[in-house]
Design a protein around this ligand. Sequence first.
Ligand SMILES: *Cc1c(COP(=O)(O)O)cnc(C)c1O
Length: 362
Amino acid sequence: MPDWRNPPRLFIPGPVHVLPEVLQQLARPTLGHRGKEYSQLHGEVTGMLKKVLFTEQNVFLSTSSASGIWEGAIRNCVNFNETVLATSCGSFSEKWASVAKSCGRQVDELKVEWGQATTPEAIDKQLATGKYKAVTLVYSETSTGVINPVYEISEMMKKKYPEVLVFVDAVSAMVGMPIHFDQLGWDIVFASVQKAFAIPPGLAVFAVSKRAMEKSKTVSQRGYYFDFQEFAKSQEKNQTPTTPSIPHIFALHFQCEKLIKEGMENVWKRHKEMADYTRAWAKQKHALFAEEKYASNTLTTAKNVRNINIGDLNKALQAKHNTVIGNGYGKLKDLTFRIAHMGDITLRDIKELLGWIDEETK
Ligand SMILES: *Cc1c(COP(=O)(O)O)cnc(C)c1O
């Protein structure tokens, strides 16, 4: 019988497995969120996050899941009479487009089929109309395991459309794949901590460019909870506008120290090694869903070409090894399955897991 007191080890693309020493951080004595101790913690964490994201601009902590920043990006940086180009290549990018519409903004979707990436050429063609003030991009589309070529897209945009704002959902990419926020010229990037930061869910981190902060001053009805101006005001005191989830911030401090000690290049390399191994396995034993050059380094989506019953496979993995993998997302539920290789999961863990899957699918 499933029991939340003894949950399976997670290889789903979020939340991911959390190490016991990280869990312990969440049990530290609490702090007053307007006290000096909290400010010290906050300052150290945001300082480290700037190194993780290669930015000298604003980094904020939001006690919400990352979906809140979908809304925050739109409500802060797009006026009601402006149109957003929302690139769409899977469930999360589609959802962001629908969130932008629900905020009353005009949205044009640039869609490709699930499993494909959005190219710089396709975006260039749309932006050439001169109609758009902002573009939304999902770095690693977790529903399909596809990455968009965000570095190439950014190069193109810096050259040809420097005035267009760039908002990037890096929820399943941040930490696992390169982000040089300032150099890329991005305006907003964000992630939840339950993906490659390998912390339990409940906190999001985001960076905002100086020009996006300026823009937000000109946008009306920004709301309160995700108002960037509120975040900036509190940030001056190394605080957040509302009471933050301090336990998560303890854990984030612990994880950021580890990342910086390891060095981000090494962290990305470690993720790539796990991805290379998992992709090679998927190609040999099943098939890759994404085109290889657009396959994410934080999760692998395998095409279920052998018609394996993924529900039964997961039941067996759980019964024998107390482990679960991800089924396909939404309309891909039985057509694919997903294996997360991010955060504190190691290549050794992946090899063991893939061996177990092989045993069940001989
Ligand atoms: C997980 C995920 C989200 C949603 O994150 P929440 O923490 O549930 O808000 C959004 N976008 C992508 C790409 C994701 O992987």
